[in-house]
Ligand binder design. Structure first.
Ligand SMILES: Nc1ncnc2c1ncn2[C@@H]1O[C@H](COP(=O)(O)OP(=O)(O)OP(=O)(O)O)[C@@H](O)[C@H]1O
Length: 474
């Protein structure tokens, strides 16, 4: 290696936020970051004079990830507990020369502070919830909550807890991760968190990570300088992250964030700075990050498609919104609210048939609040003054009434003849789905409008359009 290469390498290792640890293929420590001493509890000189085998035997590296890579020849990732009581995530990569292992580069990040913060937070959450259960503060806070949430329904104890927690954490700038099935209200409550925070006068920038193609992601999120690439807007562009300055950046469907963007986002969170594409200067951006997902992100981490270190950064305050079927007490308020909205929008006073309530209350609503709202809109549009759940059922409601009707009665004549020759049910359904989507692509302006019309989530629409090779044409 030339002198200049060594100097570059030394500068990277000495100044990196993570701790670097480079060992030869036989385990001899070649180079360590100065910050590693505090984490591993022995001086850099002692580390450099040792081998990973010895350090593991002495309990300094517990276990040694470099040893793991030397043994397997494969990259590895693990959580280490160091003898100073700290916990670090370590990742290590083998370096080969002409097929022979020559060195192992490992990088570790100290998780201890983050974990302490999380533990402290979990404790505070627990204490708060115990306190609320016991004391009269419950009544006072609840009443205040009612006045503050004029368009969000939180009758059920489960949702009241969620709302109280969000109100508590709103003034802090901690990252919040909203979890829950599609349509439970993650976006609506992320917005409420923003309204409760000191950033309420700043922007709330809502980005659906699954809706931006990977090739455009960097330019959209980070912006670009004029002339950064062919086709770039002449004046350059301010990215979505910068647009969230002084406000809240809400990243929906965070599990869909491409790996390359995960690395960039992590850096932006750590440094509080971003660089526009084609710009050598970085700029400070002050935003509060709230993310949402309906996926099991820890599973994605295990599978290697989501960065563990980013997961820890984002998951500082996890808030889980329960599905509607676990908080049926919210259904009447949600129905009344939506009914009022529809009556106002269409200028007519329709009411719900009394007999419909039982049916509405007993459905499982797999699409949650969004599905309930869409069902009511369809029912409103297809009914006279009195809306009847029986007459205008959603697919789920039809299921609910199946036992009462013989199946043959509901089978439209000639349906079989609509199947193409040798076509199975799956293909027929896919063909029907495609025709419906193709028609909507010609009549509606956005994937959000299609999602709204079909009562499914917008990311599902994006996925389905991609799958059928369709795009919006209006
Ligand atoms: N508690 C609530 N009170 C009133 N409206 C609600 C409530 N929860 C959700 N909604 C409404 O339900 C619809 C779906 O909510 P939202 O988009 O926030 O769900 P989501 O969990 O973000 O869905 P997805 O995962 O598909 O992005 C929105 O119209 C929202 O305003």
């Amino acid at each position: 290696m030339s002198t200049i290469d060594s100097l570059i390498l030394k500068t990277i290792v000495d100044t990196a936020h993570d701790h670097y640890f480079i060992a030869d293929a036989d385990g001899k420590v070649r180079c360590v970051s100065p910050s590693a001493a505090a984490v591993y509890g022995i001086s850099c000189e002692e580390l450099r004079a040792s081998t990973v085998q010895r350090l593991e035997a002495d309990g300094v590296l517990n276990p040694s990830i470099s040893m793991e890579v030397i043994r397997s020849g494969q990259p590895a990732q693990l959580v280490q507990r160091t003898c100073t009581g700290r916990q670090v995530i370590a990742q290590a990569y083998p370096i080969f020369e002409e097929g022979k292992l020559v060195a192992v580069v490992s990088r570790s990040m100290d998780l201890t502070d983050l974990q302490l913060l999380q533990q402290e937070y979990a404790l505070l959450q627990q204490r708060l919830s115990d306190h609320l259960k016991r004391s009269q503060v419950v009544d006072q806070e609840d009443t205040a909550l009612e006045n503050e949430l004029d368009n969000l329904e939180v009758k059920s104890p489960l949702m009241r807890e969620v709302a109280l927690l969000l109100r508590r954490v709103a003034p802090t700038d901690a990252n919040v991760m909203m979890l829950g099935e599609s349509g439970v209200g993650k976006t609506a409550f992320a917005h409420q968190l923003h309204r409760w925070s000191a950033r309420r006068d700043g922007p709330f920038v809502d980005i659906n990570c699954s809706a931006i193609p990977e090739s455009l992601f960097e330019a959209e999120m980070f912006g670009y300088r004029a002339g950064a690439f062919s086709g770039a807007a002449p004046g350059g562009r301010v990215g979505l992250i910068e647009q969230a300055a002084s406000g809240t950046l809400f990243l929906d469907e965070i599990g869909e964030l491409p790996l390359s963007m995960q690395t960039k986002l992590l850096k932006a969170i750590q440094d509080g700075r971003i660089s526009r594409l084609g710009d050598s200067q970085s700029r400070r951006v002050d935003f509060r990050l709230v993310v949402a997902t309906n996926q099991n992100l820890s599973k994605r981490v295990e599978e290697g498609s989501f960065r563990l270190d980013l997961y820890y950064r984002l998951n500082v305050i996890p808030v889980t919104l329960p599905p509607l079927r676990e908080r049926r007490e919210d259904i009447p308020g949600l129905v009344e609210q939506q009914l009022k909205r529809l009556n106002r929008r269409y200028g007519m006073e329709k009411i719900l048939a009394r007999s419909s309530w039982q049916s509405l209350m007993s459905q499982d609503w797999p699409g949650n609040v969004r599905e309930l709202e869409n069902w009511l809109e369809r029912a409103w549009l297809s009914s006279d003054e009195i809306i009847n759940a029986e007459g205008t059922a959603s697919p789920e409601l039809v299921m609910g009434h199946q036992e009462a009707e013989p199946a043959e009665d509901r089978t439209a004549p000639g349906m079989l003849s609509r199947l193409c020759e040798n076509e199975g049910l799956k293909d027929a359904m896919s063909r029907t789905e495609r025709s419906i989507l193709a028609e909507l692509c010609m009549t509606l302006f956005s994937t959000y409008a299609i999602a709204e019309r079909l009562g499914i989530s917008q990311p599902s629409v994006v996925r389905k359009l991609k799958q059928h090779g369709l795009s919006i044409t209006r």
